[in-house]
Design a protein around this ligand. Sequence first.
Ligand code: BGC
Length: 917
Amino acid sequence: MKKVWLIFLLIFDLAAQNLLAFDVKVENLKTEMRVNPLAVEARNPRLSWEITGEQRGIVQTHYQIIVSSSPGKLKEDIGDVWNSGKVYSDKSVNVLFKGSNLKERETCYWKVKVWTPIGESKWSEPAFWSVGLRYQNSWTGRWIGFERAFPWDEEAVFSKLSARYFRREFEVKKEVLSAKAYIVGLGLYELFFNGEKIGTQELAPTPTDFLKNVKYNVFDVTGEIQPGKNAIGTILGNGKFYSCRKYKFYKIKDFGYPKMLFQLEIDYADGTKDFVVSDETWKGTADGPIRSNNEYDGEEYDARKEMPGWNNVGFDEKSWLAAEVVDGPPGDIEAQMNKNMSVMTTVKPVSITHLTPEKFVLDMGQNMVGWIRFKVRGKRGEQISLKFAEIVNDKNEIATDNLRDAKSTDVYTLKGEGTEEWNPTFVYHGFRYVEVTGYPGKPDLTNFIGEVVYNNVENSGTFESSNLLLNQIFKNAWWGINGNYKGVPVDCPQRNEREPWLGDRAIGCYGESFLFGNENLYAKWLDDIRLSQKKDGSICDVAPAYWKYYSDNMTWPGTFLMVADMLYTQFGYERGIVENYAAMKKWLEYMKERYMNNDFIVTKDSYGDWCEPPVTIEEGMGKTANVKYPSTLIATAYYYYFMQLMQKFTLISGQVEDMEVHEELAQKIKKGFNEHFFNSRSSFYGENKLTENLLPLYFGMVPGSHEQKVFNTIVEIIEKENDGHLSTGMIGVQWLMRTLTENGRADLAYQLATNTTYPSWGYMIENGATAIWELWNGNSAAPDMNSYNHVMMLGDLLIWYYENLAGIKSGSEAPGFKQIIMKPEIIDGLDFVNASYRSNYGLIKSSWEKTNNKFRWKVEIPANTSAIVYIPGNSVAAVTEGGLPLNNSDIFKFIKLDKNRVVYRIGSGTYDFVSGF
Ligand code: BGC
């Protein structure tokens, strides 16, 4: 009887498990954070997956990964490339492939299943990755181009260089199994097969320091190849490769004329293989319709010069030249792991204002980055020019002084054949207004559309609150950030810079990561920063170092460490720290050797608290912000902060033997810093500026007994001296909101965030900003340093939105949101927040609402993570979840009572808390 009972129990248990198991799924498989990438650079790629399921508290206890050489083998569970076996681990993000050496070009098919305490998942749907071309000699083609300008080009201070077109036909006589096209098109390329554009990328590839490394893109073109004759066409533009400014050679790098390396690999069904590669058999011309393309000045396109069919089979190429074999760039050729730009969204113009019969101004209603695509009918030879601007004057004319010498103008010459439709190919503009001249006929709003072009990063966050201004700032930030993702994060998209300045993104990248899935973008930027390092250790203020600014300071190059830290905290990306630790250490040693004195003060800085707000808007009237006020206080405080980061990095990178050295130096700096800069009688630092007090307090440099007093000083500056306003430039603003909040004054942070008077984010919006201004006094300053789309002044504002208002923060116990800290601030005047963030584990949600002393908080936690939730309320009894009193279990565990918060550790799932507070 007993036996029967046991068997029954066993069957029941198995059935129950299977029932539950059905619910746990493994989805969203990524290799190196890409879905099915066609060329992976890493030898041991990182594999990640998301686990989903309705139940609460889903954690992975084991996983198994099978990697096979074919889909068929994968289906049969034959892990001939790698079978991890059942691994006891809760890691589901960045699991290293540990199979044996992969061969280049090999495609690996993989799937994963997981075990959880409530059952096991089924095998995931299959995913794959392909190994890229690994060796320089895997490229059998030659670099081709034209190492010269053509008679219609102009090589002067403001150069104009036409696009170069190349073509080649080839024949396919056998059944094609698969075909891949690899291309390095510098500076920018477009690729066509049989007349069709391949891919949705724009302004590709991602820019690099082309002397150090170049990136190739790869496409599966199996479906594009037809039996018999085929044609490949490419167009090359300038991008950052051919410098369109021939001045300040000491500063601006020029890499020469556009060139490309191409390789098509066709695998036939009979097991043979063909290559079609770039070489002297290709034909080329620079006499096509793109007469000039120039990042700052715009594109000129003459539709009369179009060459119908040039990228298709059978084109008469007699007038074309033989492609010239040229020297390739000297550095490595690598697979591009970050995504290219694409047209990500569109904007319809809101109005047309006629200035003269042939001139009108389009208002897009939004400062945006990309271009205008338009339709037109007219006579052959008629010319339309579009001049882009961020602002208009009081006569509604565009104002372009702030573009400096960037002409930002596209010119289109009609061919006069029916409706013509056009947008530029190799340039982008930052604008809200467009002055259109020479448009034939009556323009209609529907003839113009703004195409917004930025790196293809997903929107990872949403944020909405009861405060409309906060919501508007969030929107402005969203526009500002995407507008400045141009392959690398740049300072601004409109004037003659558009450079990847390091300082602008120091803490900014962290805030941005809540809005955009920027992991691969910044992981690649870390490489650029490392590659900008000189032999002696100095790191450029701009990376890739298109502008050779090796000014040696802590705050711009230090972004190297801060980006690595962000990637670790937000995404659990360790490699950024492990692979760059040595370079970071070298830079820090270099700065120490050169600039640290015997009192441990760093004596060198470049930019100070860059773009501090003038005290009043009137005082800032007409003033240029281009004046630097170096600060040894800032430099020394940052050195100390970086010593803290390095201590954390030693643990992550396994360089523990350095720990003591960093620790010791940090102590010495702290001592020197306080002796030198601290006024202990009055509890302030330096000249008692806001930033000077914020840094030591946030970095933990203030002697313990003085912490509260220094904080009081900070509050006094804001409340009394500044009449409730900030007075930070782009250094101080990076620590402002968190310092206030962490020291118990979230209300004051809220006041700063919702101010509409100068200086504030709200002031920008009151004065017409639709992105974020470069300067707090952007509406009164001299135009030379006055961009209306710069994101550096966001500081830590977005971090504060998520970590402190929504209460979504990655915990320090397990990075990348494996552990989540949820602690929304309760602030008078803020009645609800509704936010979500898509982490590498899945969606995190926090929606709270305050009504009549009741706090209702809905929370969603993804599987395989846990959260520490700080529920407002002063006793467990004051809180309910799902209408019931709080219980205590493994996935719902009481931790402590903490200053009017009931603190629980919860597992994955959705929760609905209600409490009185
Ligand atoms: C850029 C800034 C940059 C700064 C440093 C400016 O011209 O636009 O964003 O960080 O220069 O000097």
